[in-house]
Design a protein around this ligand. Structure first.
Ligand code: ADP
Ligand code: MG
Length: 259
């Protein structure tokens, strides 16, 4: 699918940590309903890119527009660059789901309470409605039986599925995933990837950083290969995996054996 109506549009994004420039002019768009998978070696700037999208990190130049609104700095397309108030970033994050390698569930809350927390406290949803929503989401991730369990009693794969349900409870317009299966044993990865695949099938818009090339191949509408802070090549999975044009993409894919 072509990004004709992008929910996310990143233009010439530059970011440095000190004098280490980690994003060197990134251009990337994601259309509504699209699943874009970012692959690339460790240190290429994938996590930094996601951190800029939800403005957990400031950036130095370029523009990010999410759902028609500029991220971090305004006005969009303006010659003058003014840092927006923190309230703007908080508004933005309401519509962005983010799931990390570490699950970051609230340890003192049950599974159900973890999922109900943001809808109630951020969106002002009535508790009864939030509970119904949370139960629906637990069903979606296959964990209805764990509603009253505490996170520490769950496996890593189960905790990550709860973290996904928690993010979905805010009905995000875009879900960001940063290596969400990297900390999991191989047999637990599959259950998390299955949930992500179902989400994609449901039409969720997703930007996924992963080393799971099988997932990229089967689920992505578009694969993006990053190296050293740049997008080296992007295309449909079939082209990227079978006919990569760039020699560095080819080298990365052939070095990443099992997909
Ligand atoms: P990836 O997710 O692709 O592995 P990262 O975005 O985490 O890459 O890192 C890109 C570069 O930025 C690396 O050189 C890393 O050391 C550096 N980096 C990441 N986060 C920070 C930080 N908070 N402070 C300083 N340097 C950082
Ligand atoms: Mg990373």
């Amino acid at each position: 699918m072509m990004p004709d109506r992008p929910i996310l549009r990143i233009t010439n994004l530059h970011k440095s940590y000190g004098d280490n420039e980690v994003l060197r002019g990134i251009d990337l768009s994601v259309a509504a309903g699209e699943v874009v998978v970012i692959i690339g070696p460790s240190g290429s700037g994938k996590s930094s890119l996601l951190s800029c999208i939800n403005f957990l990190e400031p950036f130095d130049a370029g523009e990010i527009v999410f759902d028609g609104k500029p991220v971090g700095y305004g006005p969009a397309g303006g010659a003058v660059r003014v840092r927006l108030a923190d309230a703007e970033a908080n508004m933005l994050r309401r519509d962005l789901g983010m799931v990390f390698q570490q699950f970051n569930l609230f340890p003192h809350l049950t599974v159900l309470q973890n999922i109900m927390e943001a809808p109630i406290h951020v969106r002002g949803m009535a508790p009864a409605q939030a509970r119904t929503l949370a139960m629906q989401l637990l069903e979606k991730v296959g964990l209805s039986a764990k509603a009253d369990a505490f996170p520490r009693s769950l496996s890593g794969g189960q905790q990550q599925r709860i973290a996904i349900a928690r993010a979905l409870a805010m009905t995000p317009k875009l879900m960001l995933f940063d290596e969400v299966t990297s900390a999991l044993d191989p047999e637990l990865k599959g259950e998390v990837l299955r949930v992500m695949r179902n989400l994609a099938d449901d039409g969720m818009t997703m930007l996924v950083v992963t080393h799971e090339l099988g997932f990229a191949r089967e689920v992505a509408d578009r694969v993006v290969f990053m190296e050293a802070g740049k997008v080296i090549e992007t295309g449909p999975p079939d082209d990227m995996f079978n006919r990569a044009r760039n020699e560095r993409t080819q080298r990365f894919l052939s070095a990443s054996a099992n997909y």
